[in-house]
Design a protein. Structure first.
Length: 150
């Protein structure tokens, strides 16, 4: 019987440039290069206030983790959220009548749960009834958005 080695620690990146990984080195080198460009092209009184955020952002990209994930992932998600399309849902407002009192919108009546007919499997029927009871306990009206499959 042949033994195979299972790779371990696959999430740890190799340290290539001293104590830094390749990505960390690129972030720090890019931030340092941008700081050098700002320092050489702008007067000192203007370059220093611009270099501080650039150096901080480069250090955050290299070392900071948000919820155990690299900071670059959080930046990527933020950019895609701000520039991506958004879904706006309309909520019905109360309609003001001419007498000054607000009309109450018609109350939404929750749909009644439809109980299926008996199927060929008793286990499926028991699973169905347990899901119904769980939904009713938690006050879930819409079973499609609740994560329960009925």
């Amino acid at each position: 019987m042949a033994q195979y080695q299972v790779p371990q620690f696959i999430e740890i990146e190799d340290k290539i440039f001293g104590p830094f990984t390749f990505k960390q080195f690129l972030y720090l080198a890019g931030g340092g290069g941008l700081c050098l460009i700002l320092f050489t092209l702008l007067p000192l009184w203007l370059a220093i206030p611009l270099m501080i955020p650039v150096a901080g952002f480069a250090a955050a990209l290299a070392f900071y983790k948000v919820n155990g994930r690299p900071f670059v992932v959080a930046v990527e998600h933020a950019v895609s959220y701000f520039f991506g399309s958004k879904l706006y849902l309309w909520q019905q407002r109360q309609i003001k009548s001419t007498s000054g009192q607000a009309k109450q919108p018609m109350p939404v009546v929750p749909p009644t749960l439809v109980v299926p007919t008996l199927s060929e499997s008793r286990l499926k029927d028991l699973s169905w009834s347990l899901n119904i009871k769980d939904c009713a306990k938690m006050g879930v009206r819409d079973t499609e958005s609740s994560g329960f499959e009925l």
